[in-house]
Design a protein around this ligand. Structure first.
Ligand code: SF4
Length: 282
């Protein structure tokens, strides 16, 4: 398959130059590579997205997709994965979507080590609603909801995910599709909760490229040991430079395997399987 095989006829309404395009193109490259290598069949991929500019990615990828409520991308992802462990489940979310409305779901999916991939389009602003602060908005940045500049300390999503027990923690930049593609492939292949915070420039409300590019570097090229939690924590806290790459990666037991072993609930009688799954949870 080629990238164009994942195109849809839906008209793209992102602003010209929006960095969401970089994530969309990369996702198509990753899907084509996974299908061509025989790792997954197209019909075994499920993409979910939340509410925000990023959310339209569900409309632009020709795979099974599910458009979720604001901040609620992970509960349906969990339901889908538990129902059918054969599926590759990739959840896209925005920074406001994931780290404000949906933060409790992100915390618990990471701690459970659910085998799904979460890719956050982090543009540090609520963009679809034309500029309000999100949990990752930098101090001093002016938005409609903070006209004198935000005074809140921003959340560090990488350290949050490390603290919650995520087994794959990475940061990418939507302007570097080649680098992002390698990480996305690794994240989707990872068995367990994989998380990528993607710096996604919103050219309309928060153009950050000029400011961030000089600080960005690939930590995996500087000898970072991605199995070392302390090193990952320290790199995730760096502020003078902006490390990109895989911070942390370990193998741990997967939530749905512990719950169900190798059972595929979707193959069973729906009424029985749902009842049995609920009984196992009690
Ligand atoms: Fe992209 Fe920002 Fe336009 Fe939304 S408002 S489509 S994030 S450039």
């Amino acid at each position: 398959m080629e990238m164009k095989d994942f195109d849809t006829p839906t008209k793209n309404t992102w602003c010209p130059g929006c960095n969401n395009f970089g994530i969309l193109v990369t996702a198509k490259q990753v899907l084509a590579e996974l299908v061509n290598s025989g790792e997954v069949k197209p019909e075994e991929v499920v993409v979910l997205s939340g509410v925000g500019c990023h959310g339209k990615i569900s409309d632009y990828l020709r795979v099974n997709s599910f458009y979720c409520l604001h901040g609620r991308v992970l509960p349906p992802a969990m339901g889908i994965k538990v129902a059918n462990q054969r599926l590759k489940v990739i959840a896209f979310a925005g920074d406001g979507d994931a780290y404000a409305e949906g933060i409790s779901h992100v915390v618990h999916a990471a701690r459970r080590n659910l085998d799904v991939t979460l890719i956050v389009h982090d543009n540090e602003v609520f963009a679809l609603t034309t500029s309000q602060v999100t949990p990752t908005t930098k101090v001093g940045f002016r938005t409609k909801s903070a006209p004198k500049g935000s005074f809140e300390t921003p959340l560090n999503p990488l350290q949050l995910m490390l603290a919650c027990g995520a087994t794959f923690v990475a940061r990418g930049f939507s302007g570097d599709s080649k680098h992002l593609k390698g990480m996305m492939l690794e994240a989707v292949r990872h068995r367990g909760f994989s998380f990528i915070d993607v710096i996604q420039e919103c050219v309309t409300f928060n153009p950050v490229r000029e400011k961030y590019l000089p600080k960005m570097y690939d930590l995996n090229k500087e000898g970072h040991d991605d199995t070392n939690f302390s090193a990952a924590w320290s790199k995730a806290g760096e502020t003078d430079r902006m490390p990109l790459g895989i911070f942390y990666r370990v193998e741990k037991q997967i939530y749905e395997k512990q719950l169900l072993g190798d059972r595929i609930l979707a193959d069973e009688n729906p009424a029985n399987s749902i009842k049995q799954a609920l009984l196992q949870l009690m």
